[in-house]
Design a protein around this ligand. Structure first.
Ligand code: IPE
Ligand code: IPE
Ligand code: MG
Length: 251
């Protein structure tokens, strides 16, 4: 761990947040890249390019704030229906990000994880991803989890299939299936529940994101388009989270 990250609570206080009420797992639906580009009469791809810069900013800031896990929705299982040239560009951008960000991830002691139907990614991207995953595997300060070709229903369907296979093989009886069994078959089985979901671009929907993990998350919708998001709106979303009373069904 580098010295700059040794005392996240000092930074948290300095930016006006309460260190005792910080979320541990933040998940972000990064939306509005296309609208950002359209407003400038540019191609949608330029919005994605700018959005990738914001990913770096928010990742680094999350480390400084002492967040344990940052999950970013980068590409959904539904996004495969987009025009092929946009998909190709997003895959190129992802590949460049995985190569280009490696030094920053190492410097910040960030471990990369990926959740989703990763087999659907192009082989070259898959290879780059595997390299960055293994290069950062021993990092401990924060986990950056990228949701790639991710769909919550796919994730639960995959978990059901894997559990059914174990039942069929006689390794587990149906009555032994618990919430822990399902958790253990998710793409990131050891991840804690999501505390806060932020969605940019003013949208108020989940779009198939983390249905199991975010059942008790607080939702914050921010007006900024993802390429305009940054440290200040991030702090504002965290401040909003800190005003919420989390009851978990209690009184
Ligand atoms: C989010 O921005 C990035 C991805 C979904 C890959 P969009 O591309 O959805 O941008 P809008 O919603 O069209 O503005
Ligand atoms: C959700 O955004 C997926 C990502 C941010 C990667 P979309 O832009 O694809 O979601 P919808 O289509 O508006 O629901
Ligand atoms: Mg969108």
């Amino acid at each position: 761990m580098t010295l700059t990250h040794a005392k996240p609570h000092v930074h948290v206080r300095a930016v006006g947040l309460d260190p005792t009420r910080m979320p541990r797992h933040v998940a972000i639906i990064m939306d509005g890249n296309g609208r950002w580009a359209k407003a400038r009469t540019w191609d949608r791809t330029r919005g994605h390019q700018q959005g990738a810069e914001v990913v770096r900013t928010i990742t680094t800031e999350s480390v400084k704030l002492g967040i344990d896990r940052l999950t970013l929705f980068a590409f959904s299982s539904e996004n495969w229906i987009r025009p092929q040239h946009e998909i190709d560009f997003l895959m190129l951008l992802l590949d460049q990000f995985l190569v280009g960000e490696l030094p920053t991830l190492m410097e910040n002691d960030v471990r990369l994880e990926a959740i989703g139907s990763l087999h659907r990614l192009p082989a070259n991207v898959r290879a780059t991803l595997d390299h960055t995953l293994s290069a950062t595997a021993d990092n401990r300060t924060m986990v950056l989890s990228l949701a790639l070709s991710y769909g919550g229903r796919d994730e639960l369907t995959d978990a059901c299939r894997a559990i059914a296979t174990e039942v069929a093989a006689g390794r587990i009886a149906p009555h032994e299936i618990t919430q822990e069994t399902i958790q253990a078959h998710l793409y990131a089985p050891r991840a804690e529940d999501v505390d806060l979901v932020i969605r940019t671009a003013g949208e108020q929907r989940l779009s198939n994101f983390l249905p199991w993990q975010a059942t008790y998350a607080e939702y914050v919708s921010v007006e900024a388009l993802w390429p305009d998001f940054g440290v200040a709106p991030y702090h504002a979303a965290l401040a909003e989270f800190q005003t919420r009373e989390r009851r978990f069904g209690g009184v």
